[in-house]
Design a protein around this ligand. Structure first.
Ligand code: NAD
Ligand code: TDX
Length: 351
């Protein structure tokens, strides 16, 4: 079946991998990337596919409902994969309003537009909302988040994402809008903006700058290679059950400090520096306010129902990631010039 898919946030980290996968794997589909190009959006991420005949870029804000309506109507959109969001927890602590605006009001604007345009015939329509494991809150040493774990968001970022998830399900229940939701664990890989742990630390090691570890480095995250997330999104988009939620995770938990040491060792090797050089950059700094202790996803539902499993081992994924940042120094220079230094100073100076 031919599809005309609006992918929001397609110029961002995960969005660009999703756009690439759909453009390359489904030449019969029209893929419309709708992105505001905030600091996190970068069309350089899509250079390799920008001239493909089944790819269209629309610069726009998801909060601009008139433009969203116009785009859905003019491009005859039948499906939306919604990734656009403010995505960095630290920024949500300093600027929660932007997170409520984009993540809640922006999602609501997309839902309202889709419902109004599609309501006479929901056949063949789908609103696929991309969410996060952080909506479930924070785990102790034991247990996993499942699709039925009650929501308990603890940061302004996760509160805004949780709110958007509720709106998506409410539009399904109230208006019959065909929806599907997935909640994924921490992603890593090429094209991730160097505000998140892994690319920030790779970039700082490249520049021999301190590695700011929050608290004691004992928080635990479940890491998934971004292309495996994109493949899970493909599986859910095509074969997921309408109205359902799917958790996606890497079965790959790491204490931050252990993960950081893996990166340090790999970077020393790559840079030809004596073993142990990068570890001397580790600097323990004031903890993130309200820092969630542990996230861990039980991804057995998507495994059993859709046959999805992560394809890469963590060691392979980290190597691919480090190689990508080494081979794309211009990309890093581009995203770390301008406003980045102000962001970095405001977040880390005197911490
Ligand atoms: P990102 O910050 O790298 O990219 C976000 C993209 O959205 C950017 O291209 C940005 O320009 C765009 N955008 C922001 N506000 C917009 C607006 N108002 N209108 C249109 N476009 C706008 O984010 P990411 O890490 O790729 O995350 C993508 C999605 O996946 C988010 O919804 C996030 O909550 C979710 N998610 C992320 C992770 C992760 O580890 N990064 C894990 C699970 C879920
Ligand atoms: O400088 C740092 N030092 C540090 O110790 C940074 C940036 C992070 N950390 C810690 C905080 C977390 O315990 O590393 C861990 C990972 O931090 P982030 O990369 O900021 O990710 P996290 O807060 O876990 O959230 C991520 O995963 C879920 C994404 O940013 C979200 O968008 C996604 O929903």
């Amino acid at each position: 079946m031919k599809r005309n898919i609006l992918i929001t946030g397609g110029a961002g980290f995960i969005g660009s991998h999703v756009v690439r996968l759909f453009v390359n794997n489904y030449p019969e589909y029209k893929i419309v990337n709708f992105d505001k190009l905030t600091y996190a959006g970068n069309l350089e991420n899509l250079k390799d596919i920008e001239n493909k005949p089944n790819y269209v870029f629309v610069k726009g804000d998801i909060c601009d409902i008139d433009l969203v309506i116009k785009t859905i109507k003019e491009l005859n959109i039948d499906s939306i994969i919604h990734l656009a969001a403010e995505s960095h927890v630290d920024r949500s602590i300093t600027d929660p309003f932007t997170f409520a605006q984009t993540n809640v009001m922006g999602t609501l604007s997309l839902l309202q537009a889709a419902k109004e345009i599609w309501k006479d015939n929901y056949e063949g329509k789908l609103f696929y909302h991309i969410s996060t494991d952080e909506v479930y809150g924070s785990l102790g040493e034991e247990g996993f988040f499942t699709e039925t774990t009650p929501y308990d968001p603890k940061s302004p970022y996760s509160a805004a994402k949780a709110s958007s998830d509720h709106f998506v399900r409410a539009f399904n229940n109230t208006f019959g809008l065909p929806i599907v939701v997935s909640n994924c664990s921490n992603n890593y890989g090429p094209n991730q903006f160097p505000e998140k742990l892994i690319p920030l630390f790779i970039n700082n090691i490249l520049n021999s700058k301190p590695l700011p570890v929050y608290g004691k480095g004992e928080n635990v995250r479940d890491w998934l290679y971004v292309v495996d997330h994109a493949k899970a999104i493909d599986a859910i988009f095509h074969n997921g059950k309408v109205g359902e939620t799917y958790n996606i995770g890497g079965f790959n938990e790491w204490k931050n400090i252990d993960l950081i040491k893996v990166i340090c060792r790999a970077m020393d090797k790559k840079l030809g520096r004596p073993d142990g050089t990068s570890e001397t950059l580790i600097t323990y700094v004031t903890d993130r306010a309200g820092h969630d202790h542990r996230y861990a996803i039980d991804a057995s539902k998507i495994n059993k129902e859709l046959g999805w499993v992560p394809s890469l081992q963590f060691e392979e994924g980290i190597e691919l990631t480090i190689n990508w940042y080494f081979n794309n120094k211009l990309w890093i220079e581009g995203v770390t010039s301008g406003q980045y230094q102000n962001y970095y100073n405001s977040m880390y100076e005197g911490r």
